[in-house]
Design a protein around this ligand. Structure first.
Ligand code: AMP
Length: 208
């Protein structure tokens, strides 16, 4: 099952991909997390891409594609994958076709007010990368490794505005693209995590 999760920042793509990868036994591939990983793995490359991320801009298609291509060639992707944050442009969607394509694109529809609240409360563990909403961790510590959670540099208010703008202009047209391909499913993402998860299960267990 080759899945793409679509939706603006804060729509819950990462949250749902986390349980889906365990349940459907296919890897969760977040290009944003892979880019953030580069800060530790390859600081030289990260210096090149940091200014895009910190301003809420997209990194160049070719660069992200090289990173994704390597990841999709790994053996755990043989039976499928859940892409979170890729594709983000029509060009990336075309590039993905060349690598194995997509069975279904799941758009998580969420109201803008809800998204802002989620993004404002979003925290990430700088050590292991696990994501939280601040209301889940009153002591501000990662429940897996105990590190003090932080606000992602691109979740600051001035950057987040630009990320929404980039989403509307460049990424949202992918919804129409997958609709035209007959591969789009829409999920109401405004419920609780459990409610949205139940919708996703009903969709996927109904047969892709
Ligand atoms: P995310 O964690 O998916 O919100 O991504 C964080 C940031 O990483 C984005 O705002 C972009 O700067 C960059 N990024 C992640 N995925 C992509 C992609 N597919 N294409 C271009 N830039 C990306």
């Amino acid at each position: 099952m080759k899945l793409v999760l679509l939706g603006p920042p804060g729509s819950g793509k990462g949250t749902h991909a986390m349980w889906m990868c365990g349940e459907y036994k296919i890897p969760h591939i977040s290009t944003g997390a892979m880019l953030r990983e580069e800060e530790r793995r390859n600081p030289h490359l990260y210096e090149e891409i940091r200014h895009y991320i910190d301003r809420g801009e997209l990194v160049p298609d070719e660069l992200i594609f090289e990173i994704l291509k390597e990841r999709l060639a790994e053996s755990d992707c043989r039976d499928g994958y859940i892409l979170d944050g890729f594709p983000r442009t029509l060009k990336q969607a075309e590039m993905l076709e060349a690598l194995g394509g997509v069975d279904l694109a799941v758009m998580i529809d969420t109201m803008p007010e809800l998204i802002m609240e989620r993004v404002r409360g979003r925290r990430v563990c700088p050590r292991c990368g696990k994501g939280y909403h601040i209301s889940q961790i009153p002591d501000g510590k990662c429940t897996d490794c105990g590190a003090e959670v932080t606000i992602r540099s691109d979740d600051k208010p001035e950057t987040i505005r630009n990320r929404f703008d980039v989403y509307d202009r460049v990424t949202h047209p992918l919804v129409e693209h997958y609709k035209n391909e007959g591969k789009l499913a829409r999920i109401d993402g405004s419920g609780t995590i459990e409610e949205v998860a139940a919708e996703i299960r009903a969709l996927l267990n109904g047969g892709v």
